[in-house]
Design a protein around this ligand. Structure first.
Ligand code: FO1
Length: 309
């Protein structure tokens, strides 16, 4: 079965890692958000792509990003020099950004650099940045507009969020293969990622939303909200700030019209009828991806739902 996954960072990476162990990884395509990308001391950092590649390679750090066991000597040296050191790049992780940036400098695309990184890590899943073009997510806050990592890491997600913009979206094009992966798959899965800063930026790239609306594939979304809280990251706070219900049902409302089936955790099984009332199917399974076993278990349950639908 050809599976295409719309992916943000850590939640998507874990689901992809589970899927890659229970189905043929060569049949899986991940379309990755690039809205979190930043330039770090002249280097191009793509946190969501890296989380996906590191997790698929079994190398992710303890918080789900960066490399496990990495050291921070370079960052400390930079701090000693009085340089900007708020974004925690590890020493081994740094090699990824040097490798990527060197390729971009000689005119390769982000997708080509990503393919080289995935190949070097032995990844069989096709990992595609949604666009090769710059496509930053800007977080609108009471204190002004902030690039995503400034909001999230430097200012510790402490600002009151009023909205999001993708100022370069109209100048972006989907990476070659992105539209085809959405249109020509058997199942399209929205990973349990943040709807505002992981999935929406994908839809902001011209042509992507239309492809999702047009595809003949069955479209599934896995809720990133379980029991009224986000599994990871600021999704719950963002929903609350923007006046949405902080619940799986609140996520289903955001995706109404875009998906055919919404998958909630067993603890939210009681919202299935309300989700169905939105005009989509709904199913409940265990969605907690703790450890390698948890990822495989969730992926198996999701595949069963996909095959049943
Ligand atoms: N998240 C943090 O909270 N603090 C950091 O210093 C940090 C550094 C970092 C370095 C490389 C990388 O790939 C990711 C990193 N992240 C860090 C995670 C990242 O900010 C977010 O998790 C994603 O952008 C959200 O998907």
């Amino acid at each position: 079965m050809r599976l295409t996954v719309l992916a943000g960072g850590i939640g998507a990476a874990r689901l992809l890692a589970g899927l890659a162990t229970v189905t043929d990884p060569a049949q899986i395509t991940a379309i990755c958000n690039v809205g979190d990308d930043l330039e770090w001391h002249g280097l191009h950092v793509s946190p969501d792509i890296d989380s996906v590649i590191y997790t698929l390679a079994g190398l992710e750090g303890e918080f789900g990003w960066g490399l496990r066991g990495d050291t921070h000597a370079t960052l400390e040296a930079l701090r000693d020099l009085g340089g900007d050191a708020w974004f925690g790049i590890g020493d081994q992780d740094l090699a990824t950004h040097l490798f990527r940036t060197a390729r971009l400098r000689v005119g390769m695309t982000l997708a080509e650099a990503t393919a080289d990184l995935a190949r070097a890590r032995g990844i069989e899943v096709t990992v595609l940045p949604v666009s090769n073009d710059p496509h930053p997510t800007i977080v609108q806050t009471a204190d002004g507009d902030l690039p995503f990592q400034t909001y999230f890491v430097q200012r510790r997600a402490a600002d009151a969020v009023t909205g999001f913009t993708f100022p370069n979206a109209s100048n972006t094009r989907p990476t070659p293969g992105v539209i085809e992966a959405i249109e020509d798959c058997d199942a399209l899965v929205f990973a349990p990622s943040n709807p505002f800063v992981s999935i929406d930026p994908l839809f902001a790239v011209p042509g992507v939303r239309d492809a999702v609306l047009r595809t003949q594939a069955r479209r599934f979304a896995v809720s990133p909200i379980v029991g009224g809280a986000a599994i990871k990251g600021p999704a719950a706070d963002m929903m609350r700030a923007l006046g949405h219900d902080v619940s799986a049902l609140g996520i289903a409302r955001l995706y109404a019209g875009l998906i055919d089936c919404f998958v909630v955790d067993n603890v939210d099984a009681d919202c299935v009828p309300a989700v169905q009332a939105l005009g989509m199917d709904a199913a409940a399974c265990d969605t907690m991806m703790t450890g390698d076993d948890g990822r495989a278990r969730v992926a198996t349950a999701l595949l069963e739902i996909i095959e049943r639908e």
